[in-house]
Write a protein that binds this ligand. Structure first.
Ligand SMILES: [Zn+2]
Length: 199
């Protein structure tokens, strides 16, 4: 059952500190588990309802930008690093080679012009808490000039290796999670995009 506003947990940052308000743990009575063949007790259920506080830290700019229709990446700009100039997508706060803080860059245009499906998996049965329409077309994506591969979801059509795709963003009601970013084949019409998504 969806929670009422009174049953939800909310957090703000005020003066550099987390200020939680509302409910973060909801108690619910457990239920016995009986063996229907013997009538004997076999165990109990253990209902748990917890709201986690997940801090994004240095990755916050990545998630905030998705809701504005922008795909941010990072690049190592350290002159003393052997892999200087490497662009990382998924977003890495620190360069894995020199461990210096990487520079945040906007790679929306690179994604629009060069994204291609590297490989894919179609999943008909998902795990718990899945919010994506099934079957889920998971895709691994390569971009020109980017040294890593990004995993995402193809929202329209069928995946194929080498297919040119473009990013779409949940800009109308962002959730500030990775599901705000999806991909569609190049040439897809705006009217075919999932609810809330724009190019
Ligand atoms: Zn580096």
């Amino acid at each position: 059952m969806p929670k009422t506003e009174e049953e939800k947990g909310f957090v703000d940052v005020v003066n550099g500190r987390y200020k939680p308000k509302g409910k973060f743990h909801i108690s619910e009575a457990n239920q016995p588990i009986f063996n229907k063949d013997t009538g004997k007790l076999a165990g109990v259920t253990n209902p748990r309802d917890m709201t986690y506080i997940h801090s994004y830290g240095g990755e916050a700019v990545f998630f905030e930008s998705l809701g504005k229709g922008k795909l941010m990446a990072t690049r190592c700009d350290n002159d003393n690093c052997e892999t200087k100039g490497s662009i990382y997508q998924p977003f890495r706060i620190f360069c894995p080679d020199c461990l210096r803080r990487a520079t945040v860059i906007d790679m929306t245009e690179i994604a629009q012009k060069t994204a291609k499906i590297h490989s894919f998996i179609v999943t008909h049965r998902s795990g718990a808490f899945n919010s994506l329409p099934k079957p889920i077309k998971f895709i691994n994506i390569e971009f020109e000039g980017v040294v890593t591969i990004l995993m995402s979801v193809l929202a329209v059509g069928d995946p194929a290796i080498g297919k040119r795709i473009v990013p779409i963003f949940n800009t109308k009601a962002p959730t500030y999670t990775i599901t705000d970013l999806r991909f569609v084949p190049e040439g897809t019409l705006e009217s075919e995009l999932p609810e809330g998504f724009t190019f």
